[in-house]
Design a binder for this molecule. Structure first.
Ligand code: PRX
Length: 640
């Protein structure tokens, strides 16, 4: 592939060198070239209170101005910003001028309801143009959005709402997925009926399906009525570079989900730069990222990145397997998608589907518009990578295995089209400006070929600024003293190829599971299980799964006796439903197994390594001398 924005390895090396030689100068150049500043910054990095770094901190800007207004004057005003395909196939589109107008109206409406800079607004919406409008409207007035994935339960929504201290919620009556209508507003009502939500004075409802909902005036108001009453211009709130743009909750290995706080300038800068570097975005591209706006990928590569660079993007409401597993390929063909970005889990499930039914095989569709393929969220196995490159990309499109995290804001380690020689299963090399390394438990760098902990050596602008309301959790979790306090700990294991120095991510080193590319804390699922009246103890582990990456396996001890085999299935089903209600369907264990007690050491610690082995169906050859009650492992090896 020739003529990409970073054309060839020499161009990549030159940027890497530029960043190494003058790090502040490099970032300042990018920030001046890619962002529109209301007041230019004079300082680049303030590291006087590390690891609470500040970037470009005396500059003033507005994220929504950068994503929308600048396109009104650069020839993009009548260009499609978003083409939306609904679950039922209905297509709507919106130009940059129209998107700007809608965002201004909603921003005015929020201001009219008393929402101002720094206030937190929850967003609990389906995939929609309205999702982007809501996020950008918050950004326009300097309000901090906190988007919650529409598959999370009332309890999860409530927990996040209280932690972030929300004053308003933007939701929809219902969402449509796979031909079904699913509730949203009633879940918001349920969450608001719980304690600690008195601060929420406004619920704005997007009418998606027209389904029946309970209405509570004056708190509840229709989005379309608010928009109708507002002018289509809105003076942006000029905020300081590090003003929080959003808080997005993600799972850690301990405790409740943590609110990852991102800044305005540093975050937006990297979303825009990586659209150019990683995806080589061009004016006539049709970009499609299949993530949900409830996850970081939907923030960076739907709401902010594509709009910051004035791209046309496709947004899809539904699911890849409805009405059949050819939906993605049909949509790529229909909309002439040129850059396609999805998760390995989706690829693996579509491989399976196309093996079972040849009519949904990508070969049956006209995919000649594609020029770039990306993946994100979990390791991609070489065979799925090769299938994706061959069957979807027709052997012409590079597969960009992008490694990054909620906390990093944008891509970190990824191949660059037209530059990096590709190796299936490897995310290859860090982006210019990002210095990744592999270290041991004391923070000493390991030679290539030796696996260890993935760290990032220097701060970078799009890194999280803190954990909302919990700076100590930020400091300890990401800059642990054991590693010397100066290295960002990603939480993943990795290894570098001895010859090429390429990185391969080997998976999480903590108790975080990656289920279908969704991050789940084992502890969250355990707490949900133990809150069920029948359950005394629970331990959750991940089992490698061919399609979804990791499957959740729960080991449960009931308050009563271990259930007889004929009852076990029924109780397991009850517990799965319970977890679905407590957290959301994505957290439901695939399997639940029952034992009389937990395998523990004499000091009372659950022996997870043994449970992991049992979950995999391995015969236990490991040392069991420290286990108090080894016999229960036998019980746990039976599936309910
Ligand atoms: O374990 C890594 C995995 O996903 C984790 C981050 O999850 P989350 O914050 O939800 O963000 C997902 C989307 C950016 C990482 O710690 N991960 C992400 N991308 C890759 C990956 N593992 C392997 N290869 C990747 N390309």
């Amino acid at each position: 592939m020739k003529g990409t924005v970073i054309d060839g390895m020499a161009a990549y090396e030159a940027l890497v060198k530029e960043a190494r030689v003058d790090r502040p100068g490099f970032w300042a150049r990018l920030a001046r070239e890619h962002l529109v500043w209301h007041r230019p910054f004079t300082r680049v990095l303030d590291d006087s209170n590390a690891p609470f770094f500040k970037w470009f901190d005396d500059g003033l800007l507005n994220a929504s101005y950068n994503c929308l207004d600048r396109h009104l004057y650069n020839g993009n005003a009548e260009k499609h910003a978003i083409v939306f395909e609904a679950d039922d196939g209905t297509i709507t589109s919106i130009t940059y001028r129209q998107l700007h107008a809608r965002v201004c109206k909603v921003a005015n409406a929020l201001r009219g309801r008393g929402v101002g800079a720094g206030d937190r607004v929850m967003i609990y919406l389906p995939m929609s143009i309205e999702g982007v409008v809501a996020m950008q409207a918050c950004a326009r007035i300097g309000a901090v959005h906190s988007v919650v994935f529409g598959g999370f339960s009332a309890k999860s929504l409530h927990e996040r709402m209280v932690d972030v201290g929300a004053v308003a919620i933007i939701t929809a009556d219902e969402q449509k997925r796979g031909g079904k209508s699913l509730p949203l507003k009633s879940i918001v009502d349920e969450a608001l009926a719980m304690d600690g939500t008195d601060g929420v004075h406004t619920v704005i409802v997007y009418q998606r399906t027209g389904g029946t909902i309970v209405w509570n005036p004056p708190r509840d108001c229709w989005l379309h009525e608010l928009e109708d009453a507002q002018p289509d211009t809105c003076e942006p709130e000029w905020v300081e570079a590090d003003h929080p743009l959003f808080v997005l909750y993600t799972s850690g290995s301990t405790g409740t989900p943590k609110g990852v706080q991102h800044s305005t300038a540093g975050y937006l800068l990297w979303s825009a730069v990586t659209m150019h570097w990683t995806f080589d975005i061009r004016p006539d591209d049709v970009f499609w990222c299949t993530a949900d706006i409830g996850w970081i990928t939907g923030h960076s590569y739907i709401c902010y990145g594509p709009t910051a660079v004035g791209a046309t993007q496709l947004i899809f409401e539904g699911v890849p397997t409805w009405p059949n597993a050819g939906r993605f390929w049909e949509m790529i063909a229909h909309h002439r998608v040129s850059i396609f970005y999805t998760a390995p889990t989706a690829i693996r499930s579509l491989i399976k589907a196309s093996e079972a039914d040849s009519t949904v095989h990508p070969r049956r569709f006209e995919l000649g518009s594609l020029r770039m393929l990306g993946t994100v969220g979990e390791p991609i196995n070489p065979s799925a990578w090769e299938w994706y490159a061959r069957e979807v990309g027709g052997g012409r499109c590079p597969v960009l295995d992008t490694f990054w995290q909620t906390e990093t804001g944008g891509h970190m380690i990824t191949p660059l089209p037209g530059a990096t020689p590709l190796v299936p299963g490897s995310c290859t090399l860090p982006l210019p400006g990002i210095e990744a390394a592999i270290v041991d438990e004391t923070g000493s760098e390991l030679p290539n070929g030796q696996g260890g902990l993935l760290v990032i050596k220097h701060p970078w602008p799009s890194m999280l600024r803190t954990i909302w309301g919990n700076p100590e959790r930020f400091r300890h979790g990401y800059y642990p003293p054991e590693l010397g306090g100066g290295l960002y700990l990603a939480g993943d294991g990795a290894i570098r190829d001895p010859e090429t120095g390429y990185f391969t991510i080997t998976g999480r080193i903590d108790d975080v599971l990656n289920v279908s590319g969704h991050r789940m804390g084992t502890m969250e699922i355990e707490s949900a299980l133990t809150s069920h009246p029948l359950v005394a103890e629970a331990a959750v582990v991940g089992r490698p799964d061919e399609t979804i990456g990791e499957a959740i396996v729960a080991f449960v001890v009931l308050k009563g006796p271990r259930p007889a085999p004929e009852d076990a299935k029924n109780i397991a089903e009850q517990l799965r439903a319970w977890v679905g209600k407590e957290i959301g369907p994505i957290a439901k264990p695939k399997e639940i197994r029952f034992g009389e007690s937990m395998p523990k050491t004499r000091s009372g610690k659950v022996v997870r390594r043994l449970l992991r082995a049992v979950a995999k169906g391995e015969s236990i050859a490991q040392d069991m001398s420290t286990v108090e009650n080894p016999a229960v492992l036998q019980q746990f090896s039976h599936r309910a």
